[in-house]
Ligand binder design. Structure first.
Ligand code: MG
Length: 216
């Protein structure tokens, strides 16, 4: 069986089922300022850094003719909602067993996430199995220049593992994340969320129904 030099994992929507909770938090925050978000808008926020999402939501609020709050005010409404919701996030199907198989096979692993270090620590609390991944790149990493869909998160993760990105397998769920991984040159596996058009993803990705489908 062909094996990757390393596996680079997204977190939200790939290892933990947090995306419906993120969407609910953005919905409640934007609605607080008078601008409910459509399902398509909520899907487009997936996989992106919190500050990038906040900028996008502010733009939508402004485009509706409303006075947009600054990012700080928007996030002040959103963060307590999100933090309370995140503790309820269950693992995605097959996530824990895939990490355990990689660990048993001594395949190096890294986390390549848009989430901040503090947010990852918070979400990981109920999931000690995520501790199998010790090398991590967070959205607020001081060495990170640009968030997904730019390739930097995956390039930095590969660099920290001492491997070339093009020899890595990346695992993603969002169009922004899959685009980032493809631009980094990884072999990209996608567990696509329901409701997302496959045409939003880069060409050449490998589709999985769940992480249980992977032959590692
Ligand atoms: Mg994701």
């Amino acid at each position: 069986m062909e094996m990757p030099a390393a596996c680079l994992f997204d977190l939200d929507g790939l290892l933990l089922d947090t995306e419906p909770l993120h969407a609910e938090a953005w919905q409640r925050a934007s609605s607080h300022f008078g601008r409910p978000l459509s399902p398509t808008e909520l899907l487009s926020l997936r996989g992106r850094r919190r500050l990038d999402c906040a900028e996008q939501v502010r733009l939508w609020i402004r485009e509706s003719g409303l006075t947009a709050p600054d990012s700080e005010a928007l996030l002040a409404v959103r963060q307590p909602i999100a933090e309370a919701l995140m503790l309820q996030a269950p693992p995605m199907a097959g996530a824990r067993s895939l990490l355990e198989r990689c660990a048993a096979l001594q395949i190096p692993m890294a986390l390549a996430t848009s989430s901040s270090s503090a947010a990852v620590a918070h979400k990981s609390g109920p999931h000690p199995w995520l501790g199998l991944i010790t090398v991590r790149v967070h959205g607020d990493d001081p060495d990170l220049r640009a968030g997904k869909p730019e390739p930097d998160v995956f390039l930095l993760a590969a660099e920290r593992l001492g491997v070339e990105a093009h020899t890595c397998w990346a695992f993603e769920d969002s169009p922004a994340g899959a685009t980032a991984a493809a631009r980094a040159g990884c072999r990209v596996h996608v567990v696509a969320p329901a409701g997302l058009d496959h045409r939003s993803y880069p060409d050449g990705v490998i589709w999985l129904d769940s992480l249980n489908d992977l032959a590692i």
